[in-house]
Design a protein around this ligand. Sequence first.
Ligand SMILES: [Zn+2]
Length: 543
Amino acid sequence: MSLLTGDTHTPRHYLLVPPEATPNGPLHLGHIGGPFLWSDMIARHLRVRGDLPLVITGSDVYESYVALKAHAENSTPGEVAARYGQRIQDDLTAMRIGVDAFIVPDQQPWREQFEQEVAASMERLTARGAVLTRTERVPHCAVSDRWVVGGWLQGRCPECGAGIASYFCEECSAHFLPESVVEPRPLLDEGPLTWREISSLFLRLPDRGLLDTTLVDLGVADRYRATVARFLERDGLTVRLSAPQTWGVPLPGSEPGVPRALFPYAGIFMFARVAGAVHGRLSGTGVNAFDPDSGVTTLTTLGVDNVIPTLVSIVGTSLLHGDMKPYDRCLINNFYRLAGRKFSTSARHAVWAADIAASPAIGVDTVRYHLAGADLESGAASFETAAFLRTANATLADGLGKRIDAAWSRLPEGLPQAPAPAVADLLESLLAEQSAALDAARVSTRRAVAALDRWCADDAVAHAAEDGAYWWLKGLSLLAFPVMPDLAELVWQRLGGAGEPRTAAFLARTPAHRDRPAPGFGRVSAADLDACLPDTLRPGADA
Ligand SMILES: [Zn+2]
């Protein structure tokens, strides 16, 4: 009974960093179902248990796609980043994804902190001999005076031949120099390209054995270690640190007429360190969470497309830094698809988080429960409309909702009796099961949902003589909180609890507000869901 009595649990600090979203569009369920839902479920479970997690993320403002979007909208990168950065925060709030700090590196107070961290990290890495200067050939358009790199450059991947834009291939995850792009051409028809020789900064990575050993220690799956090994094989143990772009944090030593900015992929290392410092202030520990002796468990959640930036740039650079620990956990999810195809912001093949959250018929809890049921740790999964409607109606409205109704009608008047020992034991074991699924080097949201489902289906608990209905509902709120926070909080508070569900307050016998209606789920029709679906899923759309 350690968790439920709370007497043996010393609260532990955690820093959770879902990746910074690129502020060039709103969030869709593909973004939400992966790194954001994972970090939110982990944080909520830790809070239930009495630990002290903080979720810190932000906006990847200096991505070249932000400058591209600004060009398309006849705006400025700063304005586009501010507008979509706010939209991203609103989308997260709408989906009940809790964020304790949202770092926007081009705006105060973050700007000064970020630029100081960039300067300090560059100085330290240079002093340790980890920064190389190399010449490379880069396309430039004299008419528009644009360095045609990043999202501005299109062509084919030198490794696999797939169509690419930017410095890496989404198909095979190869990274390459602009000069290696096959059939390079500018995205815009803005005039002829001339190839100019410039000097750029690269990071010399640590010995590949050391990096691989570290990844083993972090519990990174073999397939992702293989991705990293292939990258290191190809790129000769270096990663880009600077790019000739005007939108970014300037780095010293540029040549006349050639901008030199921090490469956004390298910037995620400095971003993580700023998140570590912010954690120190917000948590009261007073130290950067990445300090070797911080006592803080640090973890990041990421999609498979961020394996190289995270495992090479962040973990690799942490090893070079010399006075920090890398992330303790890198939790990698496979892609969440929509009707079998990749979510695509540009092709508008997406269910937007804001749309489904605003639906009068579909609750955010229902969406989260459905997304959490996918097992993105072991493979890709897909949002299918028929399966979603089954979850909303058969599993939740007609299943769990009716069980809640029935239990509500059996709530005791006044104070409940103490729970039967078997009830507390089962709850304790299912909470431990959720810890194993969420507080671990490999995360399984499906396993966390399965623990909740087992409790929900347990008739012995709900009908136990000692006011079983009361304790079943209260246990439900602890196990459901990571997945369905609105339902969990409502049940908890209507049973007389204060604030959020907590294991330490479980055994407190509080009188239920029996006069209030039972929380539940409305039914969702195909038309309700249809209102949130993109044109790409309508009859007659190209498959
Ligand atoms: Zn490729």
